[in-house]
Design a binder for this molecule. Structure first.
Ligand code: ZN
Length: 150
C-alpha cells in the first residue's frame, strides 16, 4: 500500500507544481468563486457549458497544495462531461474524502482523483480538497454569491 500512497502523493505534488487548466477562460458562460477561510484557499472556476456538457473549464486562485491540485485534477476530470456525469463524480469524490458511508469507494471510477483518498485521514484538509468541487457546482447552478466552506 505504501507504494500506492507514494504514487498518489506524486500526482498531487505534480498537479500543484504544474496545475492543468490554470488560467482565465475567455468565453466562459459560467463562473463562480469559492473560499476556504480555514486554510486561506481561494478559487475561481470558469466553465463553458454547451448543450449541458462542460465543453471547457479552467480555474484561477491561490491556496495550499491540496486545494490547487484538487482544482487541477477536477478540471482535467470533468472536461467534456455532462452536468450529470460531473455531479456523479463530485458525489463519489466527496464520499471518498469524507469517508462517509464506510471505507469503500469506487477508486476505479474516480481515476486519478483517487489520489485524494488519503485526505480522509486529515479532516482539516477535506475542505481544501472539496472547495473546487463546491465552486464548480455553484458555477453550474449559476449561483451569484461566493461559496464558502464555512
Ligand atoms: Zn487548503
Amino acid at each position: 500500500m505504501s507504494d500506492l500512497r507514494d504514487l498518489y502523493q506524486e500526482v498531487i505534488l505534480d498537479h500543484n507544481k504544474a496545475p492543468r487548466n490554470f488560467h482565465r477562460l475567455e468565453g466562459a458562460n459560467r463562473t463562480a468563486e469559492g473560499h476556504n477561510p480555514l486554510c486561506g484557499d481561494q478559487v475561481r472556476v470558469y466553465v463553458l457549458l454547451a448543450d449541458d456538457r462542460i465543453g471547457n473549464i479552467a480555474f484561477q486562485g491561490s491556496g495550499c497544495a491540496i486545494s490547487k491540485a484538487s482544482a487541477s485534477l477536477m478540471t482535467a476530470s470533468v472536461k467534456g462531461k455532462t452536468r450529470a456525469e460531473a455531479e456523479a463524480l463530485f458525489h463519489a469524490f466527496h464520499k471518498m474524502v469524507t469517508g462517509e458511508g464506510g471505507a469503500a469507494f469506487d477508486a476505479g471510477g474516480l481515476g486519478k482523483l483517487a489520489a485524494f483518498s488519503g485526505v480522509r485521514e486529515f479532516p482539516i484538509r477535506v475542505k481544501c480538497a472539496t472547495l473546487p468541487w463546491h465552486t464548480l457546482r455553484a458555477a453550474l447552478e449559476g449561483r451569484q454569491e461566493p461559496v464558502s466552506t464555512e
